[in-house]
Design a protein around this ligand. Sequence first.
Ligand SMILES: Cc1cc2nc3c(=O)[nH]c(=O)nc-3n(C[C@H](O)[C@H](O)[C@H](O)COP(=O)(O)O)c2cc1C
Length: 438
Amino acid sequence: MRILIMDGSAALRPALEASLKQVFPQAVIDTVRADQIRFSGCAACDVCSWKTPGICAHPGLARDIARFFAQADLCVLVTGLSSGAPQAASKALWEHILPVVHPGFVRYRGELHHRLRYPRLPGLLFVAESAYPAGDPHSEFESAIFASWAERAACNTMSHAASLIVPAGQAPDTGRLNALLNDLARCTPAQGDRLPPLSVPGLPDPADPGQQSPLLILAASGRKNSNSLAIARWLANQTFKDGLEAQVVDSMTTAPDETGRRILDAGQLFVIAPTWHDALPASTIRLLEQLAASGGSAGRGRPLFALVHSGYPEPAQTATALASLRFFALEHNWHWAGGMTAGATSIIDGRDLTEAGFFTRNLRQGLALAAADLAAGRAISSKAVRAAARPPLPGWLFASAGNMMVKKRIRQLRAAGIDPDARPYLASGTETGNSHHI
Ligand SMILES: Cc1cc2nc3c(=O)[nH]c(=O)nc-3n(C[C@H](O)[C@H](O)[C@H](O)COP(=O)(O)O)c2cc1C
C-alpha cells in the first residue's frame, strides 16, 4: 500500500496520521507539504504534454508530486477552505498532478476528459477544515461545494473519491476517517459527504442590481495572455458599444493591492476565470484570499457577476468554481447578480474572440446579451446564461476533432524521437526523502 499525503493543514495532520497508522500499518507514505512549494501552482506551460511527456517543468518537489500520485494507491489531501474550494496553497499542490494525464481526449461519464497516461490512478480522500463552526449555515454551502469538487476531481482522474469536512476548531471524527480510508482501500464507492453535482449556479434568475454604475472586469486566470483576459476585453468592448464604460484588470499583471484598490473604487464587479482541475486556479484562490485579508473583498452590497469557463465543453465542468465565486459573494457581502459558464475556451489561445471564430460564437452571443443587461443595469438574464453555456460542438465531435489535432502533434513528436505516451513513473519503488513507513 502506497499513500500520498498532500498536506495543507497543520490542524488536521495529527488525526490523519493516527488514522493512517491504525488502518494501514504497513503503508509507505509520501508526504508533500503545501509550504514546501510556496504557493506555486501549475504554470500551464504544456511542457508535461509535449516537451517532456509525463514530467512537470517545475523542478524539485513540485515535479515529484506527479510521480508520487501515479504510484500511489490512495491520495489524501488535507486542507483549509476558501469559499468552499481548497485553500490556494493546497490547490497549488493538486495542480501538479497534471502530468499524469495524456493530451488525447476520451468520453467519460458522458463528459469529455483527457485520457489517463497510466492504467489507473489512486483513490482520493479530501479532508477539509471548515472556515465556520459547527451549525453555521455557511458551512452547508461550503460542504456542498467541497464535496462536489471531490466528485469532479474523481471524474478528472477516473478514480473514486470521498470527502470529509471538519467544523472549524474541531478534530476529525476518527471512526469516520477510518471508515472512509477502509472504503477507499477496498475500492468500493466511498461513503463520504457526497452530494449530487451542483447545477449551474446563476439560475434561476438572479436579483436585479438596480442602477448602472462603473464596471470593473477582473480577468483572474493563473497565466499571462489568458483566455480570461481575451474574454474580459471582448466584454468591455461590447459594454462600451452599449454605452457602459468598463475597465479591465488582469490579475496576472496587476499587483493584488492595486487590484483591491480598483475593486473598492468600482461600482460593480465582473469576475472572469477559468476552471483548472475543476476549481478556480490556485493563483485566483490566492488573490481572493489576499483581497479578503486586506479588506479589498468587501462588497458593501454592490453587484458581482461572474463567468467561469472551461476547456471541456460541458457546463458541469465549471459548476464547482462558479459556486465558489457565488459563495465568495455571499461571504463578503456582494449582491450576486448572475453567473455564466462557457465551454471549449482553450481554442481561444489568448486571441480576440472574433478572431477565434466559430468556436466562440455561442460565447460571443451570450456575452453580447450580458453586455446589454449590464448597460441597462439589469441582472444577467437566463437567455444570456443559456446562450454562452451552449457547447459549440457535441461532445463526441469535439473529442474526435480534438484527437485529430493531438494525433498530428503526436506524429511530429515521434519524428523528433520523443515518446508522447511515456509513463515515466510506472515502476514504483524509487524512494525519496519524503517517503517513510508508518
Ligand atoms: C492546469 C490546467 C487545468 C485545467 N483543468 C481543467 C478542468 O478541470 N476542466 C476543464 O474543462 N478545463 C480545464 N482546463 C482548461 C482551461 O479551463 C481552459 O484552457 C481555459 O480556456 C483556460 O483559460 P485561461 O487562459 O484564462 O487560464 C485546465 C487548464 C489548465 C492550464
